[in-house]
Design a binder for this molecule. Structure first.
Ligand code: 6R9
Length: 649
């Protein structure tokens, strides 16, 4: 990658320090960086003591067979006990664990004591259905408390769960059941989405009919819609759990016992089953949730808007927050049902203090208008988080001003399914934040940026993000494919973990993420990041959202094609506006980054976790047949875009 062009297109001078009040009471101070630097393994050994171990570990890291790590290998623990029982034993059983808000407006508060009973019952039920320690269970549920209960019940009996996004196709479910060899599938009749019940069980029925080995399908009743029933195989969740005991003795498992498999779709090839284990994973999710959100479990109300089908839901709805004894909100539905202020209504209703959401949602709220959040009382908020994509500086500013009352620190958290927990992020009581930058590796984490030859780039340089030391919540392998694990992550840069993201370091050494390297554009010999061009577009007052791709071009190798969603009053047919947008990018980033074509569209193709699927847009821009669309939220979006596309000039 040639560094001159990627390095410093975007200049961002705005800075926001933490308030004195927050800094004074913060869970973690700047000292943590020093402490972890002086003794990284000692630091993690100390963080592992946040957990309750049946056998305390004496070893921290075993890296004798890289890249296969073992953390806290001689320790034993039960993950579900750590997330539930110990809080009850500590006298916090009456604390609300989950404030559930259903899309139709039904709500339910579940205390830690109740959660313990529910998880215990579900654990007994799974055992009755034949699930044993070491087995795999597939979970295909809407965003309802049973999703968390199911995950914890699996963890409690030592079975690994494999959660599949509710709404993925029967094909996607079948492939995941088969790869993990799941014995039981937990699903629901349906869930509420966009104001109506949306069926889930038919996709499971179809998938289970296609693969071998599934013995039981456990079905939660959520919508009470009609379902097809296979006698002997299908079991109602409420019927089997109702008759179980609420007493269940958790068994202690090895720290390296598998906790879950989660599939990442990837851009090509078969999905990768990312394997996470118990002790290291729970240590890092708990620590980062405590440090990055400054969580005070007695007083905070935390809300992560992710779906449990995404790693963000695993680590920051189920495991991290519950290990910390947090009170959290869980919302079933979409942000515009029944109205576009739904999120802010929920913040107001529960007095949410910490909000964790994704740039895609923030850009949508920007598009809907400032007046919507302004109607609600958001004064309870004190820390705001972002995850999933680089956050464009203008979206960051909007989030801070319109949601955070110009005072809440924003933590832009970079991490991946593979890393299991946050890796690069500001700390809310410490960091002077910069809009658009995830900034610096968390205490105990080692990240840097290297060039093509694996040399660390100096401050001001750009290249590839790598992680240079093992970390507790790292993936242990790709399920059933150790070689692919080595090839994908550990071969490109001499034993360092290659994340697949482009990045640059600014003059202070802070890290800016520039998007997936597969998406980087090569224009007349210059590498240009999708993120920077998109951020330049989003900084124009007429643009709500943008996705750019490099399309094959005879003269320049690749040419930049931008798909933009316009804000409220802007007119898609306005030729002058298109010219204006091209010039705006040229003026912001330099002439080399000026898009060749700018195409206004109504929607962009996104995955269920809100990431823009640029490869599909590249197919469109190059007039190719579309690749795999199975992980799209809404596949009709692509038809819409294609139908709006003018002939290539
Ligand atoms: C947690 C999650 C991982 C990829 C990652 C990167 C992008 C996530 C980001 C970010 C810039 C952030 N990503 N957070 N890029 N800034 N704060 O999203 O996991 O779904 O596996 O995706 O998402 O490209 O490599 P996952």
């Amino acid at each position: 990658m040639s560094n001159e062009s990627l390095a410093n297109l975007l200049k961002e001078e705005r800075r926001f320090g933490p308030s004195a009040e927050l800094a004074a009471a913060a869970n973690v101070t700047a000292e943590a960086y020093e402490q972890a630097k002086a003794d990284r393994l000692g630091f993690w050994a100390e963080q592992a003591r946040r957990l309750t171990w049946a056998t305390e570990p004496t070893e921290t890291l075993d890296w004798s067979n890289p890249p296969f790590a073992k953390w806290f290998a001689d320790g034993k623990l039960n993950v579900a006990y750590n997330c539930v029982d110990r809080h009850v034993e500590a006298g916090n059983g009456e604390r609300v664990a989950i404030h559930f808000e259903g899309e139709p407006g039904d709500s339910r508060a579940i205390t830690y004591a109740e959660l313990k009973d529910e998880v215990s019952r579900a654990a007994h039920a799974l055992t009755e259905l034949g699930v044993e320690k070491g087995d795999r269970v597939a979970v295909y549920l809407p965003m309802i408390p049973e999703a968390v209960i199911a995950m914890l019940a699996c963890a409690r009996i030592g079975a690994a769960h494999s959660v599949v996004f509710g709404g993925f196709s029967a094909d996607a479910i079948a492939a995941r059941i088969k790869d993990a060899d799941a014995k039981v599938v937990i699903t629901a009749d349906g869930g509420y989405r966009r104001g109506k019940p949306s069926a889930l069980k038919p996709a499971v029925d179809e998938a289970v009919g296609r693969v071998e080995g599934v013995q039981k399908v456990l079905v939660v009743q959520r919508t009470k819609q009609d379902v097809a029933w296979t006698e002997g195989r299908d079991v109602w969740w409420h019927e089997i759990t109702r008759k179980q005991s609420t007493e269940h003795t958790p068994e202690a498992f090895d720290a390296e016992h598998p906790l879950f498999i989660l599939y990442t779709s990837g851009t090509t090839g078969k999905p990768k089953g990312i394997l996470h284990t118990s002790g290291g994973y729970l240590t890092q999710t708990a620590y980062t949730h405590h440090a990055v959100f400054d969580l005070k479990p007695e007083t905070d109300v935390y809300w992560c808007t992710a779906d449990v089908g995404w790693v963000t839901g695993h680590s920051y709805i189920t495991y991290g927050p519950l290990a910390n004894g947090a009170t959290q909100v869980m919302y079933e539905g979409t942000p515009d049902t029944p109205h576009q202020g739904r999120f802010w209504e929920i913040v107001q209703k529960y007095g949410v203090t910490i909000l964790y959401t994704a740039p895609t949602a923030i850009r949508t709220f920007m598009k809907w208008g400032d007046d919507i959040p302004a109607k609600f009382d958001l004064s309870s908020l004190r820390v705001l988080g972002s995850v999933g994509e680089p956050i464009n500086p203008e979206a960051w500013m909007w989030y801070r001003k319109n949601i955070g009352a110009d005072k809440c620190p924003i933590v832009d958290t970079w991490w991946q399914t593979e890393t299991g927990a946050m890796m690069i992020s500001p700390l809310p009581g410490v960091t002077e934040t910069k809009p658009g930058s995830a900034q610096r590796a968390l205490p105990g984490i080692a990240a840097t940026v290297v060039d093509d030859e694996a040399n660390e780039v100096p401050d001001g340089g750009g290249g590839y993000l790598v992680l240079t030391e093992p970390w507790p919540s790292m993936l242990r392998t790709i399920w059933g494919d150790d070689q692919r694990f080595i090839d994908t992550y550990w071969s490109r840069f001499q034993d360092r973990y290659f994340a697949g993201d482009g990045a640059k370091k600014d003059e202070d050494g802070d890290i800016w993420l520039l998007g997936r390297v597969d998406d980087v554009m090569l224009v007349s010999g210059h590498n240009i990041s999708t993120t920077e061009v998109e951020s330049a577009l989003v900084s124009h007052p007429s643009v709500a959202e943008a996705a750019v791709v490099g399309a094959a071009d005879e003269t320049t190798g690749q040419a930049i094609v931008a798909f933009v969603i316009l804000r409220g009053t802007a007119n898609a047919e306005d030729e002058g506006l298109v010219a204006d947008l091209r010039n705006h990018v040229g003026a912001t980033l330099g002439p080399i980054a000026k898009p060749k074509r700018v195409l206004p569209v109504a929607e962009l193709p996104k995955t269920r976790s809100g990431k823009i699927m640029r490869r599909l847009l590249r197919d469109v821009a190059e007039n190719r047949e579309l690749g795999d669309v199975t992980t799209l939220t809404d596949s009709s979006v692509m038809e819409l875009i294609q139908s709006r596309l003018p002939a290539a000039p």
